[in-house]
Design a protein around this ligand. Sequence first.
Ligand code: NAP
Length: 305
Amino acid sequence: MYDVIVIGSGPAGLTAAIYLSRNGLKTLVIAGSTWGGQLMLTSHVENFPGFSEGIAGPELMNNMRRQAERFGAEIIFEDATSVDFRNKPFKVEAGGRTYKAAAVIIATGASRRWLGLESEKRLRGRGISVCATCDAPFFKGKNVIVVGGGDTALEEALELTKFAKKVRIVHRRDRLRASRALQRKAFSNPKIEFVWDVVVSEILGKEKVEGVRLKRTNTGEEFTIKCDGVFIAIGSRPNTEIFKGQIDLDDDGYIVTRDETKTSIEGVFAAGDVQDRRYRQAVVAAASGCKAALDAQRYLEATNP
Ligand code: NAP
């Protein structure tokens, strides 16, 4: 029996764990089989305060993990497979075991979205990737495309320029969604080219990626480009599958919160990207984890004075 179970181990979950365990609450973090969240896929974080020269995403997450462990948080590296919030104590299943707690903080974050093409499934890992930090070195001297127009797409493209010969960013509009700082870097990088107003209608290749078929959004005209790799960076969706039917979710699957971190079940709180469709920044997730921890602590004090 724990005071609080934190589900998820990105900046939101680990910040919550740091606050809870430092305040003396018996805390379990169900970190997931691939722990650390989206920053584990980020090579260089330049805008997390306190690191004037930037820091590698995995290093930042390792620091947060060590900090939570130092205060006594227990961490298990299993995926939460189901929850039962109908009765108290709340129950969370992970790795075939059931864990119980008086309060729960959900910080399961978001996962990258895929285009949904059949060819994408078939060629995943054979030239198709969602992680330049992990896979860019495989594309030394090759031509790759990045799909998307947000911060992630530009970061992936910039990372890829360290290895690839040419990086084409294909975007469905003629304007980027990404921040100005990243746009400036991408526009001034001689290895990056843009293909505007197109969507990917097919990824070509039998055993490995050989090219993409693109469709112009304005005229419907289709054409192909040869390439060796395709990096998909078209945003993310919240990881809330196991909470369906247990707490209120909005139409896109994000957890609905009120008063910052409270979910539709008293004693269950949510923090980070799983309930944030607006900011989706590591520092915001961390702050929201802090709020959820303080709210959970107040809830426990009020229910067990
Ligand atoms: P995003 O901002 O939602 O951008 C997704 C991009 O993919 C958009 O340009 C969108 O086009 C395009 N797109 C979506 N669905 C598509 C589809 N089916 N086919 C083709 N294109 C599609 O997602 P993100 O870039 O992953 O960023 C997520 C959040 O993390 C943002 O808040 C971002 O600021 C943050 N982030 C920050 C940093 C940083 O600060 N260093 C780094 C990475 C991410 P439209 O533009 O037409 O909608």
